[in-house]
Structure formats: structure tokens, C-alpha cells
Design a protein around this ligand. Structure first.
Ligand SMILES: Cc1cc2nc3c(=O)[nH]c(=O)nc-3n(C[C@H](O)[C@H](O)[C@H](O)COP(=O)(O)OP(=O)(O)OC[C@H]3O[C@@H](n4cnc5c(N)ncnc54)[C@H](O)[C@@H]3O)c2cc1C
Length: 512
């Protein structure tokens, strides 16, 4: 049995070893980490707090972060707000939504460990030096089918927010980075990890490329792959995550940093990938974020899904059409219809996610979202369905017929086309009509190397490769088939948790 599929492209082939003559420096440490994203920086700080000497290699010129939600199973802050999740129920729901394809050992490490990691992070962030205000993400899907649980944390008023960043995770990574510098963690920026070295079956060092030549970073406790996802590598996506390869939009920053380097290094060292295709996070970032539950139509002016699906399922359904976007239709009564829909559904970008941490529907913010959509060419408004269709560029008669049939179905209260719940069947019959572009975009490919519950990379036989670990989007096992959104923001939440757990594991401590 081999860990390499012969059908994969050239990326699967390990490069020739770096000649000794090209190695210009050797650094010794306890832990060598590739990647200064949320997983890598968390691990660096926790390991250094545990007394270990840590070196982090980063491909770009800085630590990196994006997005705002960090989803965990529980935290002291959640309890202080009156929320506590039932872990057993969460686990069953997670496994169900992943169609049984996630690794339950990995899942339970997250469920049990995430509270420790989040409490630890909040202690740092709320110290006077950072002055961050934590909030729970209030906009969760409240219907049955895609119910989301509280647990997504957002952070406000920190140093990065004051500089204009809306991404709450930036303050988290910035604070952890700053704290780790105080403890002596050494960051080598613009120094991409390129190969791993093995001695007697154990991974002992990372070889990284600096301006002067290769640097060998030897790690006595372990080498950690935390280089993020494969979304910026089209060949790897074609082989491992075809849906990401076929999506025309991606929002990862910094562009091109996420080329699956850690995935490849782990593979070349004998690691095995989880079964493909890898799951991806597909959200409607390509055009307007505004997303509602009324009528959606494709380029032919036809309905094609249950608009009550959650954000991931809707994005997947639009992607399946083979077009860059669909249209989300509203009428002049949106100001009453959107809030009326929220007790039955909701979730990110469906009405509530207007201002971070905001707990209710806001007419003003909805108008702001409309005007942002307008500016990007993703908004149309007209007094008749035909005139709206013309602006949308879809066949006018077909769209008008779709709207007529949809409204009739809403009045009858039964959707035998796609099964939308009757509470959400609201006719759209009050002009002016509005259409907003809904375009899926890849946020991250969330699949990778098989690991055990201690983040050790596994070979095809399920045996741990001594000295090699993975955290964040390099690791597999978290989702298996699709991004489940049982709690929003668990791609950050798992990166944080497994980074933290690894900091314990590498120091020889027991983990929860
Ligand atoms: C617009 C946007 C919004 C998002 N919002 C959310 C959200 O709200 N909630 C959520 O959970 N998720 C969100 N995500 C996804 C989330 O950002 C990622 O899944 C998460 O940051 C992954 O963390 P990571 O540490 O594994 O990788 P990354 O954050 O990608 O960090 C990897 C690091 O490794 C570096 N690197 C790469 N190759 C090498 C190499 N060879 N050597 C050294 N360094 C290397 C990279 O430069 C980078 O600094 C969002 C994504 C996008 C694009």
C-alpha cells in the first residue's frame, strides 16, 4: 500500500534532497513550526509557555489571519452569557452532517480541548495590553435542518480593529504572536519551508529557503506543519478538491501563500491524506454577502433549490449550476419579511450578520449591504418582474412565470418543488422588486494529512510518523465531506484548538 496515488500530478513527487553545500545555516530548537497562521502561532506560544525553544518559519513577510468567527464547543465566556453546549449531542450532529466521514477521535479532541484553548486565548486578549472585547456571534441558523449552536466567538476593539481590520482573528493572532516574541520564539519571515529531513525514520528538521541559501532547523521534540490549505495550488485542487478547482472565485489572503506546501512535505515524508475529495468552505463572498431565504433564480430565470438551505449548501447549489452567481429576489416588503424569517432560519449573511456582534435585524445595515451590492454591479431594482429580469440579464418571460408560480405556491403554503418550510413561503408581490447577486467563493480547503488525536501525522497503516505533526488546514479528519457549520467558525476554532493542544503534547503534558 502506498500513500501516493499515481494519478496525481507532478506535485506528488519529492524533490531531490538539498545538497549539503547549499545549506548556509543550522538552527537547533525543540519545536520547528512551518507557517505563522492561527494554528502555527497558537502552537508557538503554547509550546514556548511550556518552556520549549521554538522557531517558526513563515513564507510571507508577516503572521497571517482573515475572517472573524472562531468557533469552539464551549468556553467560560459562553457560560457567563448563559450558553453551554451538550458535547455528546454536538458530536452526534457533527458526525451526521459529515456523513460519517470525519474522524471521531479528532472530533472529540476538538470538543474537549477547544474550551481550554478559548479560555486561554480570551485571558490573553482581555488583558490591558490588548483590551479586546469578546462577543458571541449571535447570527446562527435557528431552523431544524441546519441548526447551528452558539460557540462562535468574535473579538472587537483590539489593536488590529483600531487599525481598521474587521477580521477578529487578526487581533487573536497578533496578540499571540506578540506574546510569543516576549517568550523568545524566533520567527524567520520570508523563509518558506521546503523539505523535511528524516533520520532513522524520525522527522528531525525542516529545510527552509532564505535569501542566502537553505536553513536547516533541527527540532528535538517535533516538526509542526501549519502551512494552511491547498486552495492556492490549482494542480493539487484538481486532484484533491475538484470543487475548489472549478470555482472561479477565491478570497484567501495573502494570495498564493496557501499552496499546500505542508501537505506535500508531509506526503513526501510518508504521511497519508484523508480520503478525498477534500471538503471546502464555500461561502457567497464573490459578490454581495446579503443572502436571504426567498426566491433564488439561475441564469434562465428558474428556481433551482430550497432557499432555506444553510449558507454552505446554498453556495454549493449555485456552484453546481456551473455559473458564477445566481440571483436572490426580494420585494418592497423586505423590511418586514427578512425579520419574519429569522426565527425559522438565519445564520451568517442571512439578515443578522450586518454588524459584528449585533444581535438583531437592522434596516439601516441592510440598506448599506444593498448599496455595497449596487457598487459591485450585483444589485437590480425595478417595478415589474420583466424589467427586473432585463436588468438581471435573464429571460424576462421565464422569470415572470417563475415568480408567478412561486407566489402561487407560497399562497398555497406547500413547496413540492424543493420542500421549503411553509413559514418561509412569503409571496414576493410588492414592487419595486429587488435582485441581488449571490456568488460562491472558496474560503479554504479544509482537508489534509491523517493525524491521530495528538496531531501526529499518520502513514497509510495508521502508524504515527515519529517527530511529525500537523495542525490547522494541513490536518485531515475534522470534516471529511463538507464544512458542517454545526458551530460557525470551526476552521479557526480547530486551528486554535489543535495548535494549543500540540503545544501541550510537544511539552509532554497530558491533553484533555
Ligand atoms: C475571507 C475569508 C474569511 C474567513 N472567515 C473565516 C471565519 O470567520 N471563521 C473561520 O473559522 N474560518 C474563516 N476562514 C478560513 C480560515 O481563515 C482558515 O481556514 C484558517 O485561517 C486556517 O488557519 P491555518 O493556520 O491552518 O492556515 P493559515 O491561516 O492559512 O496560515 C498558514 C500560514 O502558513 C504560511 N505558509 C504557507 N506555506 C508555507 C511554507 N512553505 N513555509 C512557511 N510558511 C508557509 C502562510 O503564509 C500562512 O501564514 C476565512 C477565510 C477567508 C479567505
Amino acid at each position: 500500500m502506498t500513500n501516493i496515488d499515481p494519478r496525481w500530478g507532478d506535485w506528488k513527487n519529492a524533490p531531490p534532497p538539498v545538497p549539503e553545500s547549499e545549506i548556509c545555516d543550522t538552527i537547533d530548537c525543540d519545536v520547528a513550526i512551518a507557517g505563522a497562521g492561527i494554528a502555527g502561532v497558537t502552537c508557538a506560544l503554547r509550546a514556548s509557555q511550556n518552556g520549549l525553544k521554538v522557531v517558526v518559519l513563515e513564507k510571507t513577510g508577516s503572521w497571517n489571519a482573515r475572517g472573524g468567527n472562531i468557533g469552539v464547543a464551549n468556553s467560560a465566556f459562553m457560560r457567563s452569557q448563559g450558553y453551554e453546549n451538550d458535547l455528546e449531542q454536538l458530536a452526534r450532529e457533527w458526525v451526521k452532517r459529515c456523513c460519517g466521514r470525519c474522524d471521531e477521535t479528532v472530533l472529540w479532541r476538538f470538543l474537549l480541548g477547544s474550551e481550554h484553548a478559548m479560555d486561554w486565548l480570551i485571558d490573553i486578549l482581555t488583558s490591558p495590553e490588548y483590551g479586546v472585547r469578546p462577543e458571541l456571534q449571535a447570527c446562527i441558523y435557528r431552523g431544524e435542518t441546519y441548526r447551528e449552536q452558539m460557540g462562535s466567538h468574535r473579538f472587537f476593539d483590539g489593536p488590529m480593529a483600531k487599525k481598521g481590520s474587521r477580521a477578529g482573528s487578526a487581533d487573536a493572532v497578533f496578540a499571540m504572536y506578540t506574546e510569543s516574541l516576549k517568550l523568545g520564539v524566533r520567527y524567520l519571515m520570508n523563509t518558506p519551508a521546503q523539505q523535511l529531513e528524516k533520520r532513522g525514520g524520525r522527522v528531525t528538521a525542516i529545510l527552509a529557503r532564505s535569501a542566502d541559501g537553505y536553513i536547516r532547523v533541527r527540532a528535538s521534540r517535533g516538526v509542526v506543519l501549519a502551512t494552511g490549505d491547498i486552495g492556492g495550488n490549482p494542480e493539487m485542487c484538481t486532484d484533491l478538491a475538484p470543487m475548489a478547482a472549478s470555482c472561479s472565485s477565491s478570497r484567501y489572503t495573502p494570495r498564493g501563500a496557501n499552496t499546500g506546501d505542508g501537505h506535500r512535505m508531509g506526503l513526501w515524508a510518508g504521511g497519508a491524506f484523508e480520503d478525498g475529495p477534500f471538503p471546502i468552505i464555500l461561502h457567497p463572498q464573490a459578490y454581495s454577502l446579503a443572502n436571504y431565504c426567498f426566491l433564488f433564480v439561475d441564469r434562465h430565470g428558474k428556481r433551482f433549490m430550497n432557499e432555506d438551505n444553510n449558507i454552505q449548501a446554498k453556495s454549493v447549489a449555485v456552484h453546481r449550476l456551473g455559473q458564477e452567481y445566481a440571483w436572490s429576489i426580494l420585494d418592497a416588503d423586505w423590511v418586514t419579511k427578512i425579520p419574519a424569517s429569522l426565527p425559522y432560519g438565519g445564520g451568517i449573511f442571512w439578515g443578522l450578520d450586518h454588524a459584528p456582534g449585533e444581535r438583531g435585524f437592522s434596516e439601516e445595515m441592510t440598506k448599506l449591504y444593498f448599496s455595497l451590492a449596487q457598487r459591485s454591479g450585483g444589485f437590480a431594482q425595478a417595478d415589474t418582474p420583466e424589467a427586473l429580469a432585463e436588468q438581471m440579464g435573464v429571460p424576462a418571460q421565464d422569470f415572470a412565470a417563475t415568480l408567478r408560480e412561486y407566489n402561487e405556491m407560497c399562497r398555497n403554503g406547500k413547496d413540492l418543488q424543493f420542500g421549503k418550510r411553509k413559514e418561509l413561503l412569503m409571496p414576493l408581490d410588492k414592487p419595486p422588486y429587488i435582485a441581488i447577486k449571490f456568488g460562491p467563493s472558496v474560503l479554504a480547503v479544509v482537508g489534509g494529512l491523517r493525524v491521530d488525536g495528538r496531531c501526529a501525522v499518520l502513514d497509510v497503516h495508521g502508524e504515527a510518523i515519529p517527530g511529525l505533526y500537523a495542525a490547522g488546514n494541513v490536518m485531515g479528519g475534522r470534516y471529511g465531506v463538507d464544512y458542517p457549520m454545526v458551530i460557525p467558525g470551526t476552521s479557526h476554532g480547530t486551528a486554535l484548538t489543535f495548535g494549543w493542544l500540540l503545544g501541550e503534547v510537544l511539552a509532554g503534558k497530558e491533553i484533555p
